[in-house]
Design a protein around this ligand. Structure first.
Ligand code: XIL
Length: 345
């Protein structure tokens, strides 16, 4: 895949802890032969990298960076500032009170400078801020926002840039194709740029389904983001084939629903007709990406194969989903061939 798309954009994959530790050689071979960019699926989130105020834990991140260096892969740092998978100490003083804006700024500076500084020149792109928007495009009312206002976003990008002036800096979120949220992200980009703060890209998570969002909506968003002068990235691509319990899709990881046979229609295997639908959907998406490859710098899949996809447990636990290009035996699916075909036509 990385060969097929080498003139278009990077092809990345998110890897889990066992893969970072190279527990299974077959998985590592597939990762390094197919992809040229790596993201840690979980291990570089705040709760793991910075579990206590005076304690950083770089063991897994170091291993990921080493694996990438050995195989000439681009490394994405995911993620510096996010309201989820955070450490409990972040908003509290030693006395248990909520910190004020000045202290939040101190803590963000220490967190970001230490991490970005440590991987200066090694981690080439950072999801500096993840998921700071609500569905209507206003700011998400997270503790970061309640304490720091929109200034927390500006500070985060400033501190990251100071720690590694060469690193690319991204704003990352889900549902960034929807008009309201898309316009919110564009507002963030413009606001940062108007203040002279560096931002290089918008990361569209791309937890999508067979029908949503439409190719037209994706195309409009690509064009609108690119028009602000940033690169567009599809940073967490997966396509669920399962029914959604929501009216509108989301990737808010705090929401969960009950499992049931209707919600889990393919526990044993995926019918050929749906396999074909998935392949066609992936082909349509990559045809669009290819058309706009001058604006797109990377496409990262959220997991190596169907058996490892987070969608098997989100937003309902214990389902069998078929979101990715490799099946549970790590064999390329029809969708894999369809994706490759979009560049071979
Ligand atoms: C997910 C991981 O895939 C899961 O293993 C974990 O339990 C929860 O987080 N948006 C993001 C990703 O930015 O970090 C999330 O990853 C999926 C939604």
């Amino acid at each position: 895949m990385k060969e097929a798309f080498k003139d278009k954009f990077l092809m990345g994959v998110a890897i889990n802890r066992s893969q970072i530790n190279q527990a299974n050689k077959e998985e590592i071979d597939l990762i390094t032969s197919q992809f040229n960019a790596l993201t840690a699926e979980n291990d570089m989130k705040w709760m793991y990298l910075h579990p206590k105020q005076d304690e950083f834990n770089f063991e897994q991140a170091d291993k990921l960076v080493e694996l990438a260096a050995e195989n000439d892969m681009f490394v994405v740092g995911h993620t510096l500032v996010w309201h989820s998978q955070l450490a409990p100490w972040v908003f509290k003083t030693a006395e248990g009170d909520t910190i004020d804006d000045a202290e939040l700024t101190n803590r963000l500076k220490n967190h970001i400078s230490t991490i970005v500084g440590k991987y200066k020149g090694k981690i080439e792109g950072w999801d500096v801020v993840n998921e700071a928007l609500a569905e209507d495009g206003s700011y998400r009312k997270s503790a970061f926002f309640k304490i720091g206002g929109e200034g927390f976003i500006e500070n985060a990008f400033r501190f990251a840039h100071e720690a590694d002036p060469e690193a690319e800096l991204y704003y990352n979120d889900y549902n960034l194709i929807n008009a309201d949220k898309r316009d919110g992200a564009i507002r963030i980009v413009k606001n940062l740029k108007s203040k002279g703060i560096k931002i290089d890209g918008v990361g569209v998570q791309a937890h999508w389904s067979l029908n949503e969002p439409s190719i037209e909506e994706i195309e409009t968003a690509i064009e609108m983001y690119a028009a602000t002068g940033v690169k567009v990235m599809f940073t967490e691509l997966d396509i669920t084939v399962l029914p959604s319990p929501w009216e509108k899709s989301t990737a808010d990881i705090s929401t969960r629903f009950e499992n049931s046979p209707t919600m889990n229609p393919y526990p044993e295997s995926l019918p050929d007709s749906v396999q074909t639908q998935l392949a066609n959907r992936y082909a349509d998406i990559f045809e669009l990406f290819n058309k706009h490859s001058d604006k797109i710098s990377r496409v990262t899949f959220w997991g190596l194969h169907d058996g490892l996809s987070w969608k098997n447990n989100f937003p309902i636990r214990g389902r069998t989903d078929y979101t990715l290009l490799f099946d549970r035996n790590m064999k390329p699916k029809k969708a894999y061939l369809a994706v490759i075909q979009t560049v071979e036509d």
